[in-house]
Ligand binder design. Structure first.
Ligand code: AMP
Length: 293
């Protein structure tokens, strides 16, 4: 597997793959790779003939009080995992390669980028959209693969691709969880043993909401208070938000109806902020609600 450090070299490798008529897939990551990332890579490998992964801890998506310098960095291990997964090349630029002196152009996805994660982390989605647009321009993939764990991010990037007429199709992959339900995340590494046990409360709270859905409770306020009650029982958990939203607009909904919806959570466990969600859709066959944790 080739490790590529510069934009010009990455562009050249991607150009060559296009000239050879390959179907190109891109999997952007910030490294500290886990099974969630690897499941996305497997999907990309199954659907594309050339898979490029990127590892870039993007400084512009971290707020001034966030964990940029502490973000886990495990480059050697990551590269070995990518090689084993059959990735053709790894793009791993330094920040000054992506943001040279004088850099001033940013992408803002309005509305969608201002709610939930956007409200709690001002500037976060501006940084994400900017770096992902740059990656799309550098690699020009046919397909780009993201995880549903960051559901709002995926929606925003799809909006950006549509609004800016980008020739890339986004593929959103399911959430990969630990055996006890905790969604895999690079940030789980920050949890101590007691916090790690407490962190399962996000999944338990979403499961409680799913039990309500199974009992035909569709009212958003009722579902939200069920989720909040479960979270409140965990002393180490502090809720940032619990929202029931339309899966397209991320606007709050009063009731879960025929349109796809999410229940979105952001919860601090100690100092570590974790997010999770459940996607609720109506079955195309029966019209009954189905949910994916
Ligand atoms: P990150 O390295 O955290 O920026 O994540 C890179 C990609 O992996 C993003 O598209 C995430 O949504 C996705 N991802 C992270 N954790 C998971 C998970 N537990 N399951 C599925 N996808 C994930």
């Amino acid at each position: 597997m080739e490790i590529i450090r510069t934009v010009s070299w990455m562009k050249e490798a991607a150009r060559q793959a296009r000239a050879e008529n390959h179907i190109i897939g891109l999997v952007p990551t910030m490294g500290a790779l886990h099974e969630g990332h690897l499941s996305i890579l497997r999907r990309a490998k199954a659907e594309c003939s050339r898979v490029f992964a990127s590892i870039f801890v993007n400084p512009t998506q971290f707020g001034p009080n966030e964990d940029l310098s502490k973000y886990p960095r495990t480059f050697e291990r990551d590269a070995a995992k990518l090689e084993e997964a059959g990735v053709h090349a790894l793009f791993a630029p330094e920040p000054k390669e992506m943001y040279p002196a004088g850099f001033t152009t940013y992408v803002n996805v309005e509305g969608l980028g201002e709610r939930q994660e956007g409200r709690s982390r001002p500037g976060h989605f501006r940084g994400v959209a900017t770096v992902v647009l740059k990656l799309f321009e550098i690699v020009q993939p046919h397909f780009a693969f993201f995880g549903r764990k960051d559901a709002q991010q995926a929606r925003i990037l799809r909006r950006m691709a549509q609004d800016l007429n980008l020739d890339v199709e986004l593929k959103i992959c399911p959430i990969v969880r630990e055996a006890d339900g905790l969604a895999l995340s690079s940030r789980n590494a920050f949890l101590n043993a007691a916090e790690r046990r407490a962190a399962t409360v996000l999944h338990s709270a979403l499961q409680a909401a799913c039990r309500e859905l199974a009992a035909d409770v569709h009212d958003a306020l009722t579902l939200q208070s069920t989720v909040r009650e479960v979270l409140a029982k965990e002393a180490l958990a502090r809720v940032d938000y619990v929202d029931v939203v339309d899966a397209d607009s991320f606007e709050p909904v009063a009731r879960i109806g025929a349109r796809p919806a999410y229940i979105l959570l952001a919860v601090f466990i100690g100092k570590t902020r974790l997010i999770d969600n459940v996607l609720i859709e109506s079955s195309p066959d029966s019209g009954d609600l189905i949910w994916s944790l």
